[in-house]
Write a protein that binds this ligand. Structure first.
Ligand SMILES: *[C@@H]1O[C@H](CO)[C@@H](O)[C@H](O)[C@H]1NC(C)=O
Length: 269
């Protein structure tokens, strides 16, 4: 499985943007993605529980570090599915789950992980959530702008997580971190014509205004040119957008990822 991994293991925490199938195992969640048209561009065109047409950011990050894809979802390991064994845990686990939120305790997360032995933290902040198709539909100006009030929360979160990480790293010996500013990354895409940002308002898969009124499901409308869309569905980026975001996190400059980028974080000793 592991070709040339440059880190011993990767542990992923997050929401549906990084879920690689955790929610397939959660009975009482409405956040499910293990049906078409999700996965249409995944190897074999199979839905996997990813909220994406293909790979997601957890996969692309793991690939940058020399793995084939994201480490497996926690529940797969728990249930011994797919013939996985305990040693698979050694390459990491993906705990990300669709619908999970940010608790007040989120800040304590890095500290507990540090106590458990983690030393390198790649943190990805929150994009301008008010610009998701699901929220854009509620801006009733004809231009279909973002919901600015929600974007304000994203900016505030970025500032407070930045302060928290700075403080933790000054107090915890050998802790290193890299903070990705997805707010500015997405804003850049919204304001600059790139192949991926041909369509930044409408989702590729969904229904209603901006394809943002309902989830992607087997009967939803689907765009043909998926690599030209920022959003796959009402909340989540396309595979192409996730890939560009990860490249930027990995090799980007301080305007998008600081104090060091993910590559420097991985290579630091
Ligand atoms: C709606 O979009 C416009 C244009 O981008 C913006 O000026 C306005 O503040 C937005 N309205 C809300 C409620 O966010």
């Amino acid at each position: 499985m592991v070709a040339n991994a440059v880190v011993p293991a990767v542990f992923v925490f997050g929401d549906s943007t990084a879920d690689v199938g955790t929610n397939n195992y959660i009975k009482d969640t409405k956040a499910k993605a293990n049906f078409p048209q999700n996965g249409i561009d995944f190897p074999g065109s199979v839905p996997t529980g990813r909220f994406s047409n293909g790979f997601n950011s957890a996969d692309f990050l793991a690939q940058q570090m020399g793995f084939n894809s994201s480490p497996p979802p926690f529940f797969t390991l728990m249930k011994g599915k797919l013939g996985l064994h305990k040693h698979d845990v050694l390459r990491g686990v993906n705990f990300a789950s669709g619908g999970s939120g940010l608790l007040d305790a989120t800040g304590k997360g890095p500290f507990v992980l540090y106590l458990l032995g983690a030393r390198k933290f790649g943190i990805i902040s929150i994009p301008p959530i008010g610009c998701c198709p699901s929220h854009r539909i509620f801006n009733d100006t004809s231009a279909g702008g973002c919901l600015e009030g929600l974007n304000e929360y994203s900016r505030l979160f970025f500032l407070s997580i930045g302060t928290l990480l700075q403080q933790l790293s000054s107090e915890l010996k050998d802790m290193k971190y890299s903070l990705g500013n997805t707010y500015d990354m997405v804003s850049f895409l919204l304001n600059n014509p790139l192949p991926i940002s041909k369509e930044v308002r409408s989702a590729c898969c969904g229904s209603g205004k901006f394809n943002g009124e309902d989830k992607c499901n087997p009967t939803a409308q689907l765009c043909p040119n998926r690599d030209e869309y920022l959003f796959w569905d009402l909340h989540h980026p396309t595979q192409a957008a996730a890939q560009l975001a990860v490249l930027t996190l990995y090799e980007g400059g301080p305007e998008f990822v600081a104090p060091i980028n993910f590559k420097e974080l991985v290579e630091a000793n």
